[in-house]
Design a protein around this ligand. Structure first.
Ligand code: SF4
Ligand code: MG
Length: 322
């Protein structure tokens, strides 16, 4: 069953398109990976789903629905109810997402209270269950801890406990492990995937870590400069990328870059507000760019479940087909 559906969603700040007409859906029990360099619009697009784009940002879409309910036209209060319970989000830095002034127990119980009732005793019991579920040792004693008394990994576990407190159907995780030590990162991802499978949640995993997405995602979306440049089943996109940008991202992974001096995807950076090129947005960085690319923006092509936005998608040998 489809949980979230968006069609031609854009987020604009003045005349800058931070997110430019993206379309995708997330199903129950599905892990969707969204990858791209910083500045590609990954986070902004997710914040827009949560209704977290502040003025002067503007969100528009032909469709933005959660379980067939129109998120854009519903009253603000109703939307907040959905985005606080059925859809939950975990951010990059647990230290800044937790309130330093309140204990862990207080913050989890507040999250529980907002969406389900219960006596003080019941709420406390549920908070302990949640801390146990996310693998926090001695949960009873942790309830009275303040965020600064926890390690980064423990704080992110608490954030996950808060996010799943209301049994969300969809969890959006924006770079959930970037701020953590490498050894802790894998544990947090394992925890997220465990919970996702147990609860059959939809999970949107936003990351610049392609290797991670290749490992855990069912489907993947590759974003560049606010646009989706390639999408499809993760196994297909990673084994036979059709977009030059995806190819470059994959080539920059450590294992394929053995012997190469540089690890960056392509020379240059994602264009910003004032340096958006004409034609294909990748054309200044693309090794296959032609004059046609520099003048005419490519349309997305291919079946809905395997799209690529390039004039000459790469073939199985990794070369432009035409
Ligand atoms: Fe490269 Fe041209 Fe394809 Fe853009 S349209 S990605 S410039 S080959
Ligand atoms: Mg981001």
């Amino acid at each position: 069953m489809s949980l979230l559906k968006l069609e031609n969603l854009s987020v604009t700040f003045g005349n800058f398109r931070a997110v430019d007409q993206i379309s995708y859906s997330v199903n129950e029990g599905e892990v969707l990976g969204i990858v791209g360099e910083s500045g590609s619009g990954k986070s902004v697009s997710s914040l827009s789903l949560m209704g977290l784009i502040d003025y002067p940002g503007k969100v528009s879409a032909d469709e933005l629905t959660f379980m067939d309910q129109d998120l854009l036209s519903m009253p603000e209060a109703q939307r907040r109810k959905i985005t606080g319970s059925d859809i939950a989000m975990i951010f990059q830095d647990p230290m800044t997402s937790l309130n330093p002034c309140f204990t862990v127990g207080y913050q989890i119980i507040e999250a529980l209270k907002t969406h389900q009732g219960g006596t003080k005793k019941e709420l406390k019991k549920r908070a302990i269950e949640l801390l146990t579920l996310v693998g926090i040792p001695a949960p009873e004693t942790r309830l009275s801890a303040y965020p600064h008394q926890l390690s980064g990994g423990m704080s992110q576990r608490v954030m996950i406990a808060i996010a799943i407190a209301c049994n969300p159907k969809l969890l959006i995780a924006d770079e959930p492990t970037t701020a953590l030590d490498v050894t802790i990162q894998a544990q947090i991802i394992d925890l997220l995937i465990d919970l996702q499978e147990q609860k059959q949640m939809g999970l949107v995993l936003i990351t610049h870590d392609l290797a991670l997405v290749a490992e855990v995602a069912h489907r993947v979306i590759v974003m560049y400069a606010g646009q989706i440049v390639e999408s499809g089943p993760a196994s297909e996109v990673f084994s036979a990328p059709q977009h030059p940008y995806t190819q470059a991202l994959l080539a920059s992974l450590p294992e394929s870059a053995a012997g190469k001096a540089r690890l960056e995807a392509l020379p240059g950076v994602v264009p910003g507000q004032y340096d958006r090129p004409k034609g294909c947005l990748l054309s200044p960085r693309c090794p296959y760019a032609t004059d046609h690319c520099r003048n005419v923006e490519p349309a997305s092509q291919g079946p809905l479940e395997r799209q690529v936005k390039c004039h000459t998608p790469l073939n199985a040998q990794g070369r432009p087909a035409a």
